[in-house]
Design a protein. Structure first.
Length: 509
């Protein structure tokens, strides 16, 4: 019921409905004004006809009274013409009454008395009165000897004509208004249809469907707008292809630069273990050395081989990260499963994890295994920064188009994350994860290198953990921000896009 009312209100205030109302209202005003003017002119014509007939009656009454014929009033008034008249003397006393009607004399005198009173009150010589449920046209006319004629005759047939004109005018107004409403509705639809088509095209372009084109054939400004829109879409599609190509070239250059750095790092990481292995091998092969020394040298060889194996595995994870197998997940549930296992392992070492997860988190597309790897690497980095134990705080919340400052990796305060995969993304919800520790923190010069491969600020680290985290976050179309102050701890903030159901609905439509 509420949804239907909202839809009705939205329709009532739509642009198409406003056009319809405006045209209909203007037409109503003009047609009503024209009808009123026509009826007013018809009323004047009828009153003019009554006045002409009254003048004719007055002339005949004057002739009857001045030179009365032997046959009486019927000589000047044909049978069937109903006239009531009276002659008043100078003292305004009735001297003669002429009545061509069949009713008795008394009603005629009452009619003339009312007519005389009305004419005297209004100061006019002609007027229309109602007597005995009938309309009468009354008038007065002077005679010789300071006498005065007061006369009245029925006016129904003239007012019946006026009533017919009134009904015809009203019918005409209603017919014109109905036709105008129909035409205005058709006009509003003809105006809105191409605009709605353009709006649909804009929505499709807005969600990244640059292949969509608007098809409008009306030979008017809407067609020109559609042509301009299609040109814009072509230009955007070409620009997007160029951006993707440029992005791919930059990625290739970044890969080559990273390979150079990794080669130097690998050489450094392998050179020292190989030197130890070489020296230990020489001790093992020297039969003159004590057996205990040769056993210790052999254990050194095994330790360095394990170290080399771990280094090569981490390098392969960094150089060739597995393609994520995306599924719909609840990030809070995945984090909870991972944290439960980690707490069991590190509780005895003095580490605690506080959680603050928003309820009813929106779903996201992610690889659960890689999400666990991201969380594990960040937590291990936090535990390393707190060698004597400490607390890690983790919060998860959702926000629509959050503001953020990605420093060198993004634009300050931008509320719309742009990527080559979804360059024209519409507003969507983002999951925001904050992981904070109370460790020793990092200096600014350390922050600049923290994501570089083979850069580690601990004695037993390889320096690939956070580099792998950065790669996995990007594979999930996310962003990562790191804030740290020496002595105050470090905070990792991760941003992941949620599933956008609205865009799918627009594409399907």
């Amino acid at each position: 019921m509420i949804s239907a009312m909202n839809k009705l209100v939205s329709h009532l205030f739509s642009f198409q409905f406003r056009i319809f109302i405006a045209i209909t209202l203007i037409s109503t005003i003009f047609v009503t004004a024209a009808g009123w003017v026509g009826y007013h002119q018809a009323h004047q014509v009828v009153m003019a006809q009554l006045g002409m007939h009254a003048a004719d009656v007055g002339t005949r009454l004057t002739a009857t009274l001045e030179t009365p014929p032997a046959t009486g009033p019927d000589h000047f008034f044909p049978r069937g013409e109903k006239i009531v008249a009276a002659v008043l003397s100078r003292e305004r006393k009735t001297t003669t009454v002429i009545n061509t009607q069949s009713p008795p004399k008394q009603p005629a005198e009452d009619l003339l008395l009312i007519a005389f009173t009305q004419l005297e009150t209004s100061g006019r010589n002609q007027d229309v009165i109602t007597f005995a449920h009938r309309k009468w046209f009354t008038f007065r006319q002077p005679l010789s000897g300071d006498r005065l004629i007061i006369a009245a005759f029925p006016a129904e047939k003239w007012f019946e004509q006026l009533l017919v004109i009134q009904k015809t005018t009203i019918s005409f107004i209603l017919a014109v208004l109905l036709l105008t409403a129909l035409l205005s509705m058709l006009l509003a639809r003809s105006i809105m249809k191409p605009l709605l088509t353009l709006r649909k095209g804009i929505d499709r372009i807005g969600i990244g469907d640059l292949s969509y084109r608007v098809d409008i054939h009306q030979p008017d400004i809407a067609r020109d707008l559609a042509l301009s829109f299609n040109k814009m879409a072509n230009s955007l599609e070409k620009s997007l292809i160029e951006v993707k190509n440029t992005h791919a070239e930059l990625q290739e250059k970044e890969k080559l630069a990273a390979v150079g750095k990794m080669t130097a790092g690998i050489a450094h990481e392998i050179k020292n273990p190989l030197g130890i292995i070489l020296g230990s091998t020489q001790v093992v092969l020297d039969t003159k050395r004590p057996w205990a020394m040769r056993e210790k040298a052999a254990s050194f060889i095994m330790d360095e081989v394990v170290r080399l194996d771990n280094t090569l595995k981490a390098f392969l994870d960094f150089a060739r990260p597995a393609t994520p197998i995306l599924t719909e997940i609840n990030l809070g549930e995945v984090f909870e499963e991972t944290l439960t296992a980690i707490e069991e392992r590190y509780r005895e070492e003095g580490y605690t994890i506080h959680r603050n997860f928003q309820r009813n988190l929106p779903l996201m597309e992610a690889d659960p295994g890689q999400i666990r790897q991201i969380l594990m690497n960040i937590l291990l980095n936090a535990f390393t920064a707190m060698p004597n134990g400490g607390t890690v705080n983790i919060t998860i919340r959702s926000e629509k188009e959050p503001e953020m400052d990605l420093g060198d990796t993004g634009r300050h305060g931008d509320k719309r994350f742009i990527s080559t995969r979804n360059p024209f993304t519409v507003a969507r919800d983002w999951l925001i994860i904050n992981i904070s520790d109370v460790g020793h923190g990092m200096k600014p010069e350390m922050m600049k290198k923290i994501l570089d491969p083979f850069v580690s600020f601990s004695d037993d680290g390889i320096g690939l953990g956070l580099s792998i985290v950065s790669q996995l976050v990007k594979l999930h179309r996310g962003h990562m921000k790191i804030n740290s102050e020496p002595g105050s701890g470090t905070t990792f903030t991760l941003y992941f896009p949620c599933i956008l159901k609205e865009a799918e609905q627009i594409i399907n439509t």
